[in-house]
Design a protein around this ligand. Structure first.
Ligand code: GRF
Length: 203
């Protein structure tokens, strides 16, 4: 399965996906990484791995549709079959959603539908929940609202700070995202309305 990854920052999830692919843990390959931030570490990680890396500057386009069309062009050029958002800090618009219908995943650092948005870990901590975690979901037009594929839970501890909780969640993210991609690559994800059914592995 040919993967395209969109990332705005550090790229630790990108790294875990590239590593899982290279180790043969998932039948997939990251063929291109695109970032809306020129300085994103994610781009460096891609280049270090010999993977095509593109910075697309939204400021050089008249609107979001034109910006996303260029991203779609790059993805298509690399024959990408699944788009993985990994710390991509923008809402996906209709141009990208139409080009990759039900073929875009995201990872969010909270147990959705609780605590969507940019500060999932801190919002969970401040709310006072005792369990948080991460969610891999298909992307729709909303903010972190698409059909849930996999979730993993972690405890919230009394002495947690945003950083310690985020680190505990991140460990699970690095495990969960490759797992979700593997299920997709194996053709085992089936959408029924909002529900994502996971078919048994064929023997
Ligand atoms: C992760 O916590 C992810 O859940 C969220 O943004 C962060 C990205 O981290 N969407 P990284 O760039 O993958 O290290």
């Amino acid at each position: 399965l040919r993967l395209g990854v969109l990332a705005s920052g550090r790229g630790s999830n990108l790294q875990s996906i590239m590593d899982a692919c290279r180790q043969g843990a998932i039948p997939a390959e990251v063929v291109v990484v695109i970032s809306d931030k020129a300085t994103a570490l994610a781009l460096e990680r891609a280049r270090a791995a010999g993977i095509a890396a593109h910075f697309v500057d939204i400021k050089s386009f008249p609107d979001k549709a034109a910006y996303e069309q260029v991203i779609v062009d790059i993805l298509k050029e690399h024959r990408v079959q699944l788009v993985c958002l990994a710390g991509y800090m923008r809402l996906v618009g209709p141009t990208l959603l139409k080009a990759y219908h039900n073929q875009i995943m995201n990872i969010h650092p909270a147990l959705l539908p609780s605590f969507p948005g940019r500060h999932g870990q801190l919002d969970a901590l401040n709310y006072g929940v005792k369990i948080s975690g991460c969610t891999v979901h298909f992307v729709d037009e909303g903010m972190d609202t698409g059909p849930i594929i996999l979730q993993a839970a972690v405890p919230v501890l009394d002495d947690d700070t945003e950083d310690t909780l985020a680190a505990r969640i991140l460990e699970q993210e690095h495990r969960l995202y490759p797992q979700a991609i593997k299920l997709f690559a194996e053709g085992r994800l089936q959408l029924q309305g909002r529900r994502v059914m996971i078919k048994k592995a064929s023997a």
